[in-house]
Design a protein around this ligand. Sequence first.
Ligand code: SAM
Ligand code: SF4
Length: 324
Amino acid sequence: MNDLQGREIDYLRISLIDRCNLRCVYCMPEEGIEMIPHDEILTFGEIVRICRVMASMGLKKIKLTGGEPLIRKDVTALVRRLKAIEGIEKVTITTNAVLLADMMEDLSDAGVDAINISLDTMDKDLYARITRRDAFDKVMEGIEAALKHPEINLKINCVPMGLPEQDLIDVAELARKHKIHVRYIEMMPIGLGKQFHFVNEQEILEQLEEKYGKAEIYKGKLGNGPSHYYSFEGFEGKIGFISAISHKFCSQCNRVRLTSQGFLKTCLQYNTGIDLKMPLRKGALDEELKALITEAVNGKPISHQFLEHEIGNENNLGMSQIGG
Ligand code: SAM
Ligand code: SF4
């Protein structure tokens, strides 16, 4: 399915649940989070239906995210069902990995293709400050369990927060020692993220080169999206950057997002999109759903204007509701 700019939209990120077992300071407040009633959230049957319809329109890749996707009951069953849809080539997960160790075998059996683990620091105390929870050891267990499955592509997502005590190079050590790619993701001015400044990738690259020598641009493709990667000598994995603000990649945007409440969201910055839950629950036929999805994709904004601070129809969801 192509949008009006000719961009091929073949990637859907699904937020399975708004809730999370962590409270990262740039993503969720400690308290005062509105609990969405269960019946407002799409059932697995509804998610599978939307994905089946979208697969018939050209959807190929699905990412399960949240909130924390692994706290949604029976998520492995959903992975299995999505993998069985004709046309779907890859089903992947983005998780904080707190619950991963115990679920890794089941996820592997269900056929998950890749797992992205969010980890902003290797310092246990700082981790507890950033996430407001003491879960660092659990995350390490999750990474260890995941590394036992070389068939599953593993990445670490690290969001530099501009804190002097956040040692970004320490996180890169994971890619030196293991077959795991470490990506630095620019902080985006969404929700609580507005309170932080992003760190420019050039700054991080310079720190990395100082320690590990010259970086080589890696020309291969390693995932669904807009990261670009470097190789460092002696590293098992690559180092990547997702720099949505400083290196805008909207012209190659291939994605739309589905919130846990069934809104098909076509741009991170804007509220543009369409509700699919109500039509689904009123018994819409596949052709009617297709028409709604086409309408939403046709309204996909040309680009974000985060730096221009454009006013109007701005996103009013937090990152835990959008799913990153
Ligand atoms: N809970 C899961 C996790 O943390 O991986 C999935 C959802 S989380 C919202 C997805 C990703 O968004 C995480 O890697 C997180 O660090 C990132 N994120 C959250 N707020 C952000 C912001 N303002 N700018 C950039 N990335 C952000
Ligand atoms: Fe939870 Fe992920 Fe947001 Fe952290 S970034 S609070 S783990 S949803």
